[in-house]
Design a protein around this ligand. Structure first.
Ligand SMILES: [Fe+2]
Length: 484
């Protein structure tokens, strides 16, 4: 057996076992009606169910003037959590719904279509949530032969090679038609790499070249794809510890892998229950040369938990910097996010914006910005290159989950240019579109999802234009601006 097949088998095994979940019902699988009772908190509109695909609808412009912008904001996120008397046990486990927000000057439209996955097909047929996931135990009738049987394709969507790729983190990418959003099928980049994990957060160079990681315990598979999404190279590497990995980052020359001390070290299931918080181990940063993956160095950081990092950059003296949204512990992943589907809000610590500096002499430090932030983005044209601004959502408050503001933090000036949508809006990730930011919110008063465009130079002025749909979509995770 070659090292490659051994590693692949190990990665697949880990993914499959993790995905298989416990075959006993957990607290999170308690019966829950598909329609939420009126007593549910208002924010639960953000974790409601979409019952069917949404045909193209024209949006109503409710304020402002549209800039000269043509393209599609493609977004992905879970949108079906309940079937019959069963429910997903975790926010991360609902079926992926691809939303296409098309903008053409003054007009805008919305269409949305579920990714047609084996998980969704099986659960449609059974009328129950049965497939295990990040925090959902398997139910009676679950079928788990490999990671893609449980793949909800619900975390991110990118465009590459004339198609959309709906991404999860523990299985394959799923290809979609960019016009119809019809599912074309899971992507097998090479036969011997079928069903290998492919994170939802690839790092894409300005040239379009795509780097990604397949995470599997203390091993990780490094993917390198061309700008049109074809496999170019791959290699298994060893990590300092078997950290949970949702994201990594990169400079123009290096891959930066932040290993947090939430580690896979036991056989408890489902996946989130197999991890242990080991703060005494601290965090490690692995810096790998893109041109030679055997050339690596490590830095030490205090223990931290994170989902998302910003793009990294390297300065002329060799200093590497990147920002991230850090927690003190994994309580949100383990306690906070699972309860949301049942309408239960466990107050957990909010993510804090921080800047990590890796000094050329081997030291590393973390500097807090002093604001809450999530879903960091920066201009794709300068990915991996020096920058000082970070797009984010924020304004997290103790009284409810989800963000209420969007902003651009300036590390050089120590200033946040932000706009607070207020308590009656749930704010989703905003992404750059040239000199604009585009993103969506869920308006709790009108019970409708809205599309907003900001001028990046004047975020505090509010959106330059807002369109409204006629549907309340549950909150999405990530997406891409695809200019026409
Ligand atoms: Fe993410």
């Amino acid at each position: 057996m070659t090292e490659a097949t051994c590693n692949r088998r190990d990665l697949l095994l880990r993914g499959t076992v993790a995905a298989a979940g416990a075959m006993v019902p957990g607290w999170a699988n308690a019966a829950m009606a598909a329609t939420q009772p009126a007593a549910m908190p208002d924010w639960t509109l953000g974790v409601g169910d979409v019952m069917a695909d949404i045909g193209k609808q024209r949006l109503i412009r409710v304020q402002g003037r549209a800039p000269a912008l043509t393209g599609t904001l493609c977004r992905n996120g879970p949108a079906r959590f309940r079937r019959g008397a069963t429910a997903s046990g975790h926010w991360f486990d609902g079926d992926g719904l691809i939303r296409a927000w098309r903008v053409n000057g003054d007009t805008a439209s919305l269409a949305a279509r579920f990714v047609d996955t084996p998980k969704r097909r099986l659960e449609e047929k059974l009328g129950r949530i049965v497939q295990p996931g990040f925090g959902t135990p398997a139910g009676p009738g679950a079928i788990v032969a490999g990671p893609d049987d449980t793949n909800p394709a619900n975390t991110h969507v990118i465009a590459a090679g004339g198609r959309l790729l709906a991404l999860w983190e523990a299985g394959s990418a799923t290809a979609l038609d960019p016009q119809t959003l019809a599912t074309q099928g899971v992507v097998t980049f090479r036969d011997d790499l079928a069903q290998m994990p492919f994170l939802a957060h690839p790092r894409i160079e300005p040239s379009g070249q795509i780097w990604n990681i397949g995470s599997g315990g203390a091993n990780a598979y490094i993917w390198r794809l061309s700008a049109d999404g074809r496999f170019e190279a791959g290699q298994t590497i060893r990590l300092p510890m078997a950290s949970y990995m949702h994201d990594f980052t990169a400079t123009a020359r290096h891959l930066i892998i932040l290993c947090q001390p939430w580690v896979s070290d036991q056989a408890r299931l489902p996946f989130s229950q197999s991890m242990s918080w080991r703060p005494e181990r601290g965090s490690r940063v692995l810096v790998i040369d893109k041109d030679d993956l055997t050339r690596r160095r490590e830095y030490e950081l205090p223990p931290l938990f994170f989902f998302h990092l910003g793009d990294a950059w390297e300065e002329t003296d060799g200093t590497i910097r990147f920002d991230g949204c850090f927690h003190n512990d994994p309580d949100f992943a383990v306690l906070g996010a699972p309860g949301l589907i049942a309408g239960r809000y466990e107050h957990t610590e909010k993510p804090q914006l921080n800047l990590v500096t890796l000094h050329a002499d081997g030291r590393a430090d973390i500097k807090p910005a002093g604001i809450t932030a999530e879903f960091l983005r920066s201009a794709p044209e300068t990915a991996g290159l020096p920058r000082h601004q970070t797009i984010h959502v924020g304004g997290y408050r103790p009284d409810r989950p989800f963000a209420r503001s969007v902003g651009i933090w300036d590390w050089r000036a120590g200033r946040n240019d932000s706009f607070d949508f207020g308590a009656r809006q749930l704010v989703e990730e905003f992404v750059p579109a040239g000199r604009h930011l585009i993103g969506t919110t869920l308006n709790l008063d009108t019970r409708a999802t809205e599309l907003h465009v900001f001028d990046t130079r004047r975020i505090a002025d509010g959106p330059g234009v807002t369109w409204r749909s006629n549907v309340a979509l549950p909150l999405s995770f990530h997406g891409s601006w695809v200019s026409a």
